[in-house]
Design a protein around this ligand. Structure first.
Ligand SMILES: Cc1cc2nc3c(=O)[nH]c(=O)nc-3n(C[C@H](O)[C@H](O)[C@H](O)COP(=O)(O)OP(=O)(O)OC[C@H]3O[C@@H](n4cnc5c(N)ncnc54)[C@H](O)[C@@H]3O)c2cc1C
Length: 296
């Protein structure tokens, strides 16, 4: 960002959109700047700092949904009592596992999502919980299901709009949400991420969310795997879990790079998804896997 002509502070969401669209030259929004600084962009004439724009609310709505402002930092997500209480603390736990404490003290939820990296660590848990993103164009706000938000690596549907925040629908009674990621070192980006959310309902499961990160051009929901579990009879949960994990691995589209092979990442999608689902459904972790045999 060495060629900046102007560093602008927005005082409201409307002001942010106005500044971005009426200032001469090429600009972008800036929140915690932890991704932007790494990008070292030389093409920017100005930035619009969002940290005074009033996007840092955390609210539980009357219907039990959790609304999180785009500029809420990852440290705040980790410790905020409303976030800790929501969905068993799954969002707070995912935030605590991002980067290190100095990074989390300034990195925001909105920045993590809008960077649109395939490996953005906050996204799988939000996808599994069926999050809705709010995009503001200066006049009106559009609600976009998070699984329609990403169009490719570093690309989103925003097109100059401001992400004002996210809403997570009220969890169904008894919902369990768990996420896990694999990476080479504590500071490295994720090789594989998986998140699951399940709630019993009727004669089986009333809600299933399965999401993956770092194994496709964008974070993704494994919809076919979710469907297998939604149709499963409780007597056959163990078999359905194994089939759903295989389906999630089939749906992934990982890359080969210096961090790991595509084959390894796909195999780990299956392992992580199966383990998380078994844990979420309370299946004895020492029980023999009904499909593969042996302890899984
Ligand atoms: C040392 C280090 C370790 C890290 N570790 C991790 C990790 O473990 N996991 C992980 O996922 N990430 C990690 N990151 C990346 C980064 O910290 C996160 O992605 C962070 O959440 C980005 O948020 P930010 O507020 O800093 O975004 P910024 O850098 O301010 O912005 C990122 C992008 O989003 C856009 N943007 C920001 N807010 C909005 C908005 N409200 N509306 C529209 N566009 C917006 C900006 O224009 C920019 O393009 C790490 C970074 C560093 C430097």
């Amino acid at each position: 960002m060495r060629n900046l002509n102007a560093y602008l502070f927005a005082t409201s969401p409307r002001d942010a959109v106005r500044l971005l669209h009426t200032t001469a030259g090429r600009g972008c929004y800036l929140a915690g700047a932890t991704d932007l600084m790494l990008e070292r962009r030389a093409d920017l004439d100005f930035v619009v700092d969002l940290r005074r724009a009033g996007l840092d609310d955390v609210v539980v709505q009357d219907d039990g949904a959790l609304r999180i402002g785009a500029c809420v930092t990852l440290n705040r997500l980790e410790s905020d009592p409303l976030v800790r209480e929501f969905a068993g603390g799954a969002v707070a736990d995912a935030a605590a596992a991002c980067g290190n404490r100095p990074v989390r003290s300034t990195a925001t939820l909105g920045g993590n999502i809008c960077s649109a990296l395939p490996s953005a660590d906050m996204v799988p848990v939000l996808l599994a919980l069926d999050a809705v993103a709010h995009a503001f164009d200066g006049e009106s706000t559009h609600d976009i299901p998070l699984d329609e938000f990403f169009t490719g690596p570093r690309r989103t549907v925003l097109d100059g709009r401001l992400l004002t925040g996210l809403t997570l629908p009220a969890p169904q009674p008894g919902l369990v949400c768990l996420s896990r990621k694999l990476r080479r070192t504590a500071e490295d980006i994720s090789l594989v991420q998986a998140a699951v959310a399940v709630a019993r309902g009727g004669n089986g499961l009333g809600y299933v969310g399965i999401a993956l990160g770092a194994v496709a051009p964008t974070p993704m929901r494994a919809l076919a795997a979710e469907d297998i579990l939604l149709r499963a009879d409780p007597e056959e949960f163990e078999i359905a879990v194994a089939a759903a994990a295989e389906s999630a691995a089939d749906a992934s589209d990982p890359i080969d790079d210096h961090r790991a092979s595509a084959e390894y990442r796909r195999a780990m999608v299956e392992v992580l998804t199966r383990r998380l689902l078994r844990e979420a459904l309370g299946i004895d972790p020492t029980a023999e896997d009904p499909v593969h045999g042996g302890l899984r």
